[in-house]
Every structure is written in C-alpha cells, then in structure tokens.
Design a protein around this ligand. Sequence first.
Ligand code: GRF
Length: 220
Amino acid sequence: MTKKRVGVLISGRGSNLQALIEACKAPDYPARIVLVISNVPSAQGLLRAEASLVPALTINHQDFASREEFDAALDLALDEAGVELLCNAGFMRLHSNGFVERWRDRHLNIHPSLLPAFKGLHVHTRVLAEGVKITGTTVHFVRPEMDTGPIVAQAAVSVLPGDTPDSLAARVLNAEHRLYPLALRLVASGAVRVDAELVVGMTQPAGQPPLFSPQLDEAL
Ligand code: GRF
C-alpha cells in the first residue's frame, strides 16, 4: 500500500498530533506523517514528534512581515517534504486565501464542536452558556472562512449536569483523538472525496462507525 505523505500543523499541546502518530503506526493505515510544523517554538507537540522520531520544525510567524510570507514559508517546507495531505491539529493561525486554495481538498482541520454550531474560540464555555445537551467534534476540509468546509466526520458527546468548560473539553478531546485518525483514514485511503462542497463516498471503513453516539461515549 502506498501511504499518503501527511504534514501536521500545530501550535501547542499536540494531543491530536499524538493520536495521528499512534494511528500511523498500524501497518494498514493509509498515511504517514512526514513533517510536523509548529508556529510556536515552545509547543509541546514538537517534543511529541521528536519522541516519535517524526521530522518536526518551527516556523515562527513572528519572523515574517505578513501572513502571505509566513504561509509561503510553510508551503516551501511542505513541498520539500513531499507533503500530499495537510492536517491542522490545534494550529492557531488563520491562513491566507492563497494558501487555502493551494491546499484545497487536501487540507483537514479538527474543531471541538458539532459544526456549523459554535465556530471560533471558547467553544465549551459557549456550549454550556447555551444549555446545549449534545456537543462534539468535527473534522472538515479547510476553506477560507474559519471553521467552515465540507464535513468528513463528526463525533457526538453528551453535556452532563455539573460539567465545567474543562470537564467538557476533556470529554470532547477524548472523542477528537478517536475521530481525527478515522477521518484521515477516510481521506487518505480515497474512500471519500469532495463533490459540490459535500463529502461523498464510502462513509465508514469496515468496523468503524462514521460517528460516535453519546451512549457509545459513555460506555467507553
Ligand atoms: C483541540 O481541541 C482542537 O479541536 C482545537 O485545538 C485543540 C488542540 O489540542 N482545534 P491539541 O493541541 O491537539 O492537544
């Protein structure tokens, strides 16, 4: 099997990066991570990459005069590494439109809500303030507008009485760590593709549900 060459963009903790690194260890996983780039020199995710012998580098956005120049440096590094598919995993910079277009339909992001609800920051605080009973996480193809784009996969997570933003974030993060590898598998294997701004194709790899239900979540 030819494994797709994946680049991962991070800014911090890198727990989703870790989930992708673990998934890529399976011989039948259709992707391998060939480069991790952080825009933050102190990102914990860089240590995770190093510990797993995954090539990683910092490209600090503060070293560039404009978003376009920063994105051009990203592009250069990604091209040099032969990256075919790009995954944002807690990458906290907006991309220029040119960058988004160059990576169109080859670029994924994970967001800790059931999009299109609760785009943007401070998601769990806002979810609790709205009294929402089911939240979750979404993996989607990247488009110029933040947290929009064709949805590959979602996982639902219950909001429980007494939840705080932190307790809810932890439960959603647990779902993220299962969802991102599943979604990347779907895309890297060619099981799904974008058609008219919707993700179409096979919706689940053998034995894996395309989404998780709150009941499943609580059983785990
Ligand atoms: C995750 O909640 C992800 O959905 C959001 O940023 C967070 C990154 O966490 N985009 P980590 O760096 O992967 O641990």
